[in-house]
Design a protein around this ligand. Structure first.
Ligand SMILES: Cc1ncc(COP(=O)(O)O)c(C=O)c1O
Length: 393
C-alpha cells in the first residue's frame, strides 16, 4: 500500500505544474500556419510577453529550451574572442559561462560562495580595471536555480554605470520570470532570456529573448550568429514564418496564450506577491525543522532568496532518502541537489508558476511526514510555522 495514488505533484523547479487551461488549450487540430487565427493569436503574445519581462523593447521567441536561448543571446552579442564577465552564483551561471567559452569567447568568472549573489562591488572593481573596455558583456542568472540565490540586477547595472563601462548586461531569468519581481527596463538589463517551462507554466520547448537598443547596437558587430539564431528577423519579421525561422510551434503557442491569460487575469504584481508569500512559508518551515538536526536553507539572507525555488541542505544520504520517500509514499516529487558538494546532501522545492497555498502546505506536510517516517533528526512544528506565516503575512 502507498498513499501516493491520486493527483501527483511535481514540485521540482521546472517543468512546473501545468494549469488545466494550458493543457486544454493544446487539445485542438493542427491549425493553418499560413494565415488566419494562428497569426492573429501570435500577435497577441508579444505585448503580454513584454509586460511580463518589464520591457518596451524587442521580444523574440525561439523553439528551444533554456540552453538554446543562452546561445541565442551570446551569438547575437559577441564576436569571436570577445571578453565576457560571468557573475556566477551556482551551477547554471557556471554552465552559461561555459557556453560562452565554447562559442569562442574569452570568459572570466566572478563567483559567489553559492549562499548569496556576487557582490556588485566586485563587478565594479573588475570593470574599473578594464579601461580599454575589452569586456563586452556581463552575464548573470537573476535566479540560479541550483543555488536558488537571487541577484540584484539593478545593483549590477549601477556598478556598470558607476564606472561608465559600455558592457551589455545579460540576465538569465529562466527560473525567475513570472515568479520573482523582474523589470528589465527599470533594472537596466539589456538582454533578458527565459523559457516556457517554469513561471510561464507552458510545456518545455519555447525560449524567449528580450533585447533593447544597446543590445541591438552590439548585434551589429556580432560575427558568429547563424540565420536560425539571429534575433533581428524574429523580433521584426516581414513575414510570419520569420517569427520562428520556419514552422511555428503551433500548440506551444496556444498553451502560452492560455498561460499568459492566467498571469494577466491575476495581475503580475499579485503573481509576484503570491510567490513571495509562499516562499516565506517554506523558509519558515525549514527554519523551524532546522532547530534540531542538519536542515538549513541554502541561501543565507532572505533578501537574496528566490521566490520560485528553494535549495535545502539536509545532509547525505538523508536528502535523497527523503525525496525518494516523498515520491513513493505521497506522490510529491522534489528536485535534486545541483551544483552543491555533495549534491546528495541537498534537495530543492520548486514553487514556481501554478502553485497556491494548499499545494505548498501539502508539500511541507509531506516533508514533515517523511522526516518522521525516516527518523531524520528535526524539530517538530515546521508546517505550523508555515501556516502561521500564511495566516499573518
Ligand atoms: C537559471 C537557468 N538557466 C538555464 C537553464 C537551462 O534551461 P533548460 O534546461 O531549459 O535548457 C535552467 C534550467 O533549469 C535554469 O534554471
Amino acid at each position: 500500500m502507498t498513499l501516493s495514488h491520486g493527483r501527483p505533484y511535481l514540485a521540482i523547479p521546472g517543468p512546473s505544474v501545468m494549469p488545466d487551461r494550458v493543457l486544454a488549450a493544446m487539445q485542438r487540430p493542427a491549425p493553418n500556419i499560413y494565415t488566419g487565427a494562428l497569426h492573429e493569436m501570435t500577435e497577441t503574445l508579444f505585448p503580454d510577453l513584454r509586460r511580463v519581462a518589464g520591457t518596451a523593447h524587442h521580444a523574440a521567441i525561439y523553439i528551444s529550451n533554456g540552453h538554446g536561448v543562452w546561445e541565442a543571446a551570446l551569438l547575437n552579442l559577441l564576436a569571436r574572442g570577445d571578453r565576457v564577465l560571468a557573475l556566477v552564483t551556482g551551477h547554471f551561471g557556471r554552465t552559461f559561462a561555459a557556453t560562452a567559452r565554447a562559442l569562442g569567447a574569452e570568459v572570466e568568472l566572478i563567483e559567489s560562495d553559492g549562499a548569496g549573489p556576487v557582490d556588485p562591488a566586485r563587478l565594479e572593481d573588475r570593470l574599473r580595471s578594464d579601461p580599454g573596455h575589452e569586456i563586452r558583456a556581463v552575464i548573470a542568472c537573476h535566479v540560479d536555480t541550483a543555488s536558488t540565490a537571487r541577484a540584484d540586477m539593478a545593483a549590477y547595472r549601477a556598478a556598470i554605470d558607476a564606472c561608465g563601462h559600455p558592457a551589455v548586461l545579460v540576465a538569465d531569468c529562466i527560473a525567475s520570470m513570472g515568479c520573482d519581481r523582474f523589470e528589465m527596463d527599470a533594472m537596466g538589463v539589456d538582454v533578458a532570456i527565459t523559457a516556457s517551462q517554469k513561471g510561464l507554466m507552458t510545456p518545455p520547448g519555447l525560449g524567449f529573448l528580450f533585447f533593447n537598443e544597446c543590445a541591438a547596437e552590439a548585434r551589429k558587430r556580432a560575427d558568429m550568429v547563424t540565420p536560425y539564431w539571429d534575433w533581428t528577423p524574429r523580433a521584426t519579421p516581414d513575414l510570419y514564418y520569420q517569427y520562428f525561422a520556419g514552422t511555428a510551434p503551433t500548440h506551444h503557442l496556444y498553451a502560452l496564450r492560455a498561460a499568459l491569460d492566467l498571469i494577466v487575469e491575476e495581475g503580475l504584481e499579485n503573481v509576484w506577491q503570491r510567490h513571495a508569500r509562499l516562499a516565506e512559508a517554506i523558509w519558515a518551515a525549514v527554519a523551524q525543522w532546522g532547530r534540531e538536526g542538519e536542515m538549513r536553507l541554502g541561501v543565507r539572507a532572505a533578501g537574496d532568496r528566490s521566490h520560485a525555488v528553494t535549495s535545502i541542505h539536509l545532509g547525505a544520504p538523508d536528502a535523497d532518502r527523503l525525496r525518494a520517500w516523498c515520491e513513493a509514499e505521497t506522490g510529491v516529487t522534489f528536485g535534486i541537489g545541483l551544483g552543491r558538494t555533495p549534491p546528495e546532501g541537498w534537495f530543492r522545492i520548486g514553487h514556481m508558476g501554478h502553485v497556491n497555498a494548499h499545494m505548498v502546505l501539502g508539500a511541507l506536510g509531506v516533508i514533515e511526514a517523511g522526516l518522521a517516517a525516516l527518523a531524520i533528526p528535526h524539530a517538530s512544528g515546521g508546517v505550523t510555522a508555515a501556516a502561521r506565516t500564511l495566516a499573518t503575512a
